[in-house]
Design a protein around this ligand. Sequence first.
Ligand code: ADP
Ligand code: MG
Length: 98
Amino acid sequence: MGDLSIQDLVVEYSSGGYAVRPLDGFNLDVAAGSLVILLGPSGCGKTTLLSCLGGILKPSAGAIKFGDVDVTSLDAKGLSKYRRETVGIVFQAFNLVP
Ligand SMILES: Nc1ncnc2c1ncn2[C@@H]1O[C@H](COP(=O)(O)OP(=O)(O)O)[C@@H](O)[C@H]1O
Ligand SMILES: [Mg+2]
């Protein structure tokens, strides 16, 4: 198991009466200090995965573990602390307050 461990991750969106499942049982282990590049065509689920890793999207199923922290089981307060202290995000659309 890596320092970051993603296990059986599923994200399902409902869109116009259809279910869209860009992540369907995704697994990845990453060792601390690694540089990881996420590559794939538009719509394949890159932003969805990063949103889960960043603690801003709750996956439908599966687990994300950063060391001892099980991100997917954190409550709102735990997620705030995780976002403040553990991860950094640069958004594609900057999401700045006007
Ligand atoms: N909030 C949402 N509601 C419904 N479908 C979504 C939503 N966000 C993303 N999707 C769909 O999920 C799939 C993956 O999207 P996304 O993670 O943004 O891909 P990428 O970042 O690789 O371009 C696409 O089919 C997209 O249309
Ligand atoms: Mg994207």
